[in-house]
Design a binder for this molecule. Sequence first.
Ligand SMILES: [Zn+2]
Length: 264
Amino acid sequence: MKGERVDIGIIGGTGIYDSGLLESSKEIKIFTPYGRPSDFITVGLFRGKSVAFIPRHGKGHQIPPHIINFRANIWSFKQLGVTRIIAPAAVGSLREELKPGDIVIPDQFIDRTQGRASSFYDGGQVCHVSTADPFCPELSEIAFEAGRELSLPVHKGGTCVVVQGPRFSTRAESKLFRSWGADIINMTIVPECVLAREAEICYAPLATITDYDVWKKRLVSVDGIVRILKENVDKTRKLLEVMMRRIPEKRECFCKDALKEAIL
Ligand SMILES: [Zn+2]
């Protein structure tokens, strides 16, 4: 991996394993102090930008959300020089108006995960990084504007509750999350975004809605869900393409200085 310098990292979510989007790509194996990342990292050019890609659940979707080695994934990107991470992720909807097939660029999370390694600072140095605004405002705005340019059903802002999984919520939990003001539900955004913040890497989730969560009585058709998933993958690819064009060279956001007053 010596000599590779990459600006943008993409963590492929459910349905996005294929890094066929990259040109002149090669696979890199990275070892980290935290063990192995989810898979090989593919590095190449995407619309003229140097990009690293990793499938969050591994190429064959063999790693369940609660087992993902988030620290190894983020550490690998940091080693490659990544300064911005775009994170497509499949989510469930907790709101009538957020429909399957829509895209949400959330601005908050509620963490309901348990026992995950969620910090690089486990001893020696103590680090209290701010997650008051957990996602990069600049990169999120670029994602939203790209969605508008493409006339995609994209929503700006929203709260994502992140659950431990791998089981889905009970109806009571789903209703509780709605009462807390959560808009969408997912199993992976935390601690991924927190570790990115600790690494001073910008992070923006592209949350694509697969279906309504169980608060809503619904008729589940596997065909329907598979179709939505496929369409969401297409939308995500288009969104990523436009984002590449819109991402400026320099970062003007606070993410790059996240550790300034965080380390004791
Ligand atoms: Zn940022």
